[in-house]
Design a protein. Structure first.
Lengths: 326, 234
């Protein structure tokens, strides 16, 4: 079982390796990756150092080039693939079929993983990507139950990777454009959901008000944990009601309690989300999951872990993994 | 008297709060000079921070430690930083963003030993102004393995041995003082905490009672329905 961990900076990469990551995934400092936040990500030189460091510890580095190239502006994405291949990264994570085709033709030896952004969640779709672009792994969307993950893993010709911890979306991965209705930018095209340039917080009396552009997304009374203003996690006023979370509450995915079952499904890797988070988050989550995976593989009980303080909205859920109404 | 400030802007009861009071008589000019030297040294030791900050161009961050009687104005120009110390109540204009929180949170953030998002989401940090600039600053500082001790003990001249002599006992003194303050704080708010616990227990008891009564009412309604009498629908 591979533990795949996020790093938005070289320092976070150090923290992930130190905490026991088998693989660290990173992105370049541009719109080619889905965490295109200011001050974040790796330059080619920093990536070169990171790969050398990880390889010296017998660990791996994957590079996410997982946004959809802009029509008529392919060079930044092609350049990203070429640089990653030249540096000798262990795999690239991508969603766009044009980019997968480019990589398969120009760098056939470079491992290709299908990003969650491709939203491939059935055997036919996944096997099509395998047959056409020779992908070696698929990162499954967070919409499947543990039983479905087990069945799917048995039916596809590639390795499967699932998310274990981190931010949650409204389960339309790779297909969400909500952010672009207010900001003109979306995660799929620009690598950023609710870009920080459009985000604002104001303290109004005893409430913290979060805004995206000119729209109020939420108002948190003092003492209530706040969240980042994404439209899907806003509080809205429905018919004759007080403001409430109509789509999704601010909460993080945490499948630690399901680890024994998840490991039995045959998935190859567990992924931690959060390249936009700091190194303290990376160190805490990765070390907790390292301990938990090692304990389960030894046949021991799950160790105690306290990840509550770093979850969104100070809450966590096992989400669709334990959906019991299907 | 009621304090109308947001709870996050109230300083924690700690030894640092008292140290802040004690530092009030120190001349602002001297502290500004020391801070600029500190930033210069930080820039030399961690040049990667400047390269990540460069896209911000010109920025003014107002850093407000809630447990100190002064604040910091950090001015960035193409990744190069200068600083001013502002005394309590001193007006500051044209800031890009302001960040308020206790000084321990700021030092932990600098060293990357605490998650900035968690501090913000749990309201221990309050951010106002340009969120993108603050995020860039956080990411830039977090991109290196910064050590305050390394910066402080690297000053040239007579300062390093002196700082080493001072910082080591000071940090153990601070740890001990934190424990004492924790005990003091618990003893001060102990009666209130106990009262809240009692109220919580009473609320839980009442909630259980209400649920039980609701069940009994539904049971009675079903029984009466079967016997031909419907409560509330006459």
């Amino acid at each position: 079982m591979e533990l795949v961990c996020p790093a938005g900076t070289p320092s976070a990469l150090n923290a992930a390796l130190k905490a026991g990551a088998d693989v660290v995934y990173v992105g370049f400092r541009d719109e080619t990756n889905a965490r295109n936040f200011p001050g974040l990500n790796f330059s080619p030189d920093e990536l070169k150092v990171a790969v050398a460091q990880a390889h010296s510890m017998s660990r791996q580095v994957y590079v996410a080039i997982n946004t959809y190239p802009e029509a008529g502006n392919l060079p930044p994405w092609h350049r990203a693939v070429d640089i990653a291949a030249d540096i000798g990264v262990d795999a690239v994570i991508m969603a766009d079929i044009g980019l997968l085709d480019y990589t398969a033709r120009h760098h056939p030896q470079l491992r290709r993983h299908l990003s969650v952004q491709a939203s491939a969640s059935n055997p036919e779709a996944i096997n099509f990507y395998r047959a056409t672009f020779d992908i070696q792994r698929v990162v499954l969307p967070r919409v499947l139950t543990v039983r479905e993950i087990a069945e799917l893993t048995g039916e596809v010709e590639v390795e499967t990777e699932v998310f274990a911890f981190g931010g949650m979306c409204v389960m339309a991965e790779g297909r969400c454009s909500l952010s672009s209705y207010i900001t003109g930018k979306s995660p799929n095209m620009n690598g950023v959901c609710s870009p920080a340039s459009h985000v604002g917080y104001e303290q109004r009396g005893q409430k913290l008000v979060s805004k995206l552009g000119d729209f109020t997304i939420n108002a948190y009374p003092d003492g209530e944990a706040a969240g980042y203003p994404t439209l899907c996690k806003g509080r809205f006023i429905g018919q004759d009601s007080d403001p409430s979370y109509l789509f999704e509450e601010p909460t993080s995915l945490n499948v630690m309690a399901l680890l024994p079952e998840l490991i039995k499904t045959g998935v190859k890797a567990l992924k931690i989300e959060g390249r936009q988070r700091g190194k303290a988050y990376v160190a805490q989550v990765v070390s907790s999951y390292r301990r938990a995976i090692d304990a389960v593989l030894r046949g021991d009980a799950l160790p105690d872990s306290n990840l509550g303080s770093i979850t969104e909205g100070a809450r966590s859920t096992a989400g669709a993994y334990q959906k019991n109404w299907r | 008297m009621t304090d109308t400030r947001s709870a996050a802007l109230l300083p924690p009861f700690s030894p640092v709060l008292l140290t802040g009071f004690a530092m009030r008589p120190l001349p602002v000019k001297l502290m500004s000079r020391l801070l600029t030297i500190f930033l210069g040294r930080m820039e030399r030791l961690y040049p990667e921070i400047a390269s990540r900050l460069a896209p911000l161009g010109f920025c003014r961050f107002h850093i407000i430690p809630t447990d100190f009687s002064f604040s910091f104005l950090i001015i960035l120009e193409n990744g190069k930083a200068t600083a001013k110390i502002l005394s309590e109540g001193q007006a500051v204009s044209n800031t890009t963003a302001s960040i308020s929180g206790d000084i321990c949170s700021f030092t932990k953030l600098l060293e990357g030993s605490v998650d900035g998002d968690s501090l913000f989401f749990t309201r221990r940090l309050v951010v106002e102004g340009d969120t993108e600039a603050v995020l860039t600053l956080r990411n830039a500082v977090d991109s290196v393995d910064l050590s305050l001790k390394h910066i402080l003990t690297g000053f040239t001249g007579p300062l390093p041995p002196l700082l080493k002599k001072v910082t080591t006992p000071l940090s153990s003194l601070h740890r001990a003082a934190l424990k004492d303050f924790d005990i003091l704080q618990k003893s001060l708010i102990g009666p209130v905490t106990r009262r809240i616990s009692q109220m919580d227990e009473e609320i839980s008891r009442q909630e259980k009672l209400l649920i039980q009564q609701g069940k009994e009412i539904r049971k009675m309604q079903t029984m009466r329905k079967h016997s031909g009498v419907v409560i509330g629908e006459h």
